[in-house]
Design a protein around this ligand. Structure first.
Ligand SMILES: CC(C)=CCC/C(C)=C/CC/C(C)=C/CC/C(C)=C/[C@@H]1[C@@H](COP(=O)(O)OP(=O)(O)O)[C@]1(C)CC/C=C(\C)CC/C=C(\C)CCC=C(C)C
Length: 431
């Protein structure tokens, strides 16, 4: 029996950052217990630039004035710079994100050189189960996950115990991070609070967790080759939410989507593992994972236009809205017009392209991990169909996938998960 409920566990983090740290004695015991955990040292990645990345592959690179033609290779780095309105040079969002993907991939390649890789990482090589407190920590993560994301939780049950626990620990950290700016105490969250949350993240990766749930993540990152950068980037996404309520271009929105959701894909791949039969390059698998996060977030945004507008937020590219003759006031008025339908068709088409890009990577994942990913992909993509079925009224009608459709998606996902890289025809990004 746990004395702390799941919602308490998640929301307590907000209190922690609104006031001074208050650890319960059991959490502090856990802290002392696990602070001795070995910490995997962050490895410096080799960065190189190649013409790939989901956004590039989809032909969605920025095309607005001020964008210099991009050719990505190390000798042409400068040509990938874009200029901001004041004329200063800066990296495009796609370039920044691609750097992170390349770093994750190069970490894997380094690992391959040392003789292990995600294709043959053996879960269970660590000391899971050796501490009752850690077991308890992971089990609380599982409870949070089951409460907030039931279908996904069931999906993780197909994974090996080590992988499922690790995914729960990552899920809980993401959920707590998101709750900082989206939860009941969001109005009390300041940039300083986010700085402190990030310091706490650094401590987790140094094997110095602060509470029980952090301890589960500290253990996870000590056993799987998970890099800290996507976690830092998610905190950055929360910072964006504190300051920003408009996105002038898709490039800006893309960065936001990467920060809050693409990062989840990058965090998950090292735990989910790549099928030993896969011939895909690590870079292509990470790119697909990134694409799934972006696709999910774009879908989430399109579903929630009305809800966000009531908070005076518009997560849609302003230049594209203008091209369709739509103003902020039109969105606040919330009337479905032909202009709106045309705009939405375009946005839905783009989200679907990201889903298609992501599909290529799911088949490359370890066989036990494919089912939950297919399930989440199929379920989330159906929200786009539901927006169409609502005649693009995402102002006052919430697009949702009905129970029957949801249930039917699960065996469909299972069938797709049976396709392995050897039986599938879509091996891509060969090394
Ligand atoms: C199998 C699977 C889906 C694993 C991911 C598990 C995980 C660690 C999830 C964390 C999700 C989370 C709490 C993110 C915080 C930010 C946030 C809220 C993002 C939005 C998710 C939906 O949230 P919400 O629960 O509020 O949605 P509803 O309103 O209830 O509909 C996001 C839209 C983004 C979530 C992003 C992903 C799940 C990324 C998935 C990508 C992978 C798992 C990589 C798969 C690998 C390949 C090669 C394709």
């Amino acid at each position: 029996m746990h004395s702390v409920t799941c919602s308490h566990v998640v929301s307590s983090v907000c209190r922690t950052f609104g006031e001074e740290h208050d650890l319960s004695s059991s959490a502090s015991d856990i802290f002392h217990q696990v602070s001795r955990l070995d910490c995997r040292k962050a490895r410096k990645g080799r960065l190189n630039f190649r013409p790939c990345g989901a956004k590039a592959a989809l032909g969605l690179g920025p095309s607005s004035p001020g964008v210099v033609t991009k050719e990505r290779n190390s000798s042409k780095l400068l040509s990938s710079l874009v200029t901001d309105p004041s004329g200063r040079s800066m990296l495009s969002a796609e370039q920044k994100v691609y750097d992170v993907v390349a770093k994750q991939a190069s970490m894997l390649e380094e690992q391959q050189k040392r003789g292990t890789s995600l294709r043959d990482v053996l879960p269970g090589s660590g000391n899971i189960g050796s501490s009752e407190l850690l077991k308890e920590a992971y089990s609380r993560c599982g409870e949070v996950c089951a409460e907030y994301a039931k279908t996904f939780y069931l999906g993780t049950k197909l994974m090996t115990p080590e992988r499922q626990r690790a995914i729960w620990a990552i899920y809980v950290w993401c959920r707590r991070t998101d709750e900082l700016v989206d939860g009941p105490n969001a109005s009390r969250i300041t940039p300083t609070a986010l700085d402190r949350w990030e310091e706490r993240l650094e401590d987790i990766f140094q094997g110095q967790p602060y509470d029980m749930l952090d301890a589960a993540l500290a253990d996870t990152v000590s056993r799987f080759p998970v890099d800290i950068q996507p976690f830092r980037d998610m905190v950055d996404g929360m910072r964006m939410d504190l300051f920003k309520s408009r996105y002038s271009t898709f490039d800006e929105l893309y960065l936001y989507c990467y920060n809050v959701a693409g990062t989840v894909g990058l965090m998950s791949v090292p735990v989910m593992g790549i099928d030993p039969l896969s011939k895909a390059s690590p870079e292509s698998v990470y790119s697909a994972a990134l694409a799934l996060g972006i696709a999910n977030q774009l879908t989430n945004i399109l579903r929630d236009v009305g809800e966000d507008s009531r908070r005076r937020r518009i997560y849609l590219p302003q230049d594209e809205l203008a091209r369709f003759g739509i103003t902020d006031d039109d969105i606040f008025a919330g009337v479905v017009t032909d202009k709106w339908r045309a705009f939405m068709k375009d946005q839905i088409r783009r989200a679907r392209m990201f889903f298609t890009e992501a599909e290529k990577g799911v088949v490359e994942l370890d066989k036990d991990s494919r089912w939950p990913v297919w399930a989440s992909l199929i379920l989330y993509r159906q929200i786009l169909d539901a927006i169409e079925a609502n005649d693009y009224n995402n102002f006052t009608k919430r697009a949702y996938v009905g129970k029957t459709k949801k249930l039917l998606s699960l065996p469909a996902a299972y069938a797709r998960a049976l396709v392995s890289p050897s039986s599938g025809s879509q091996i891509f990004g060969r090394v």
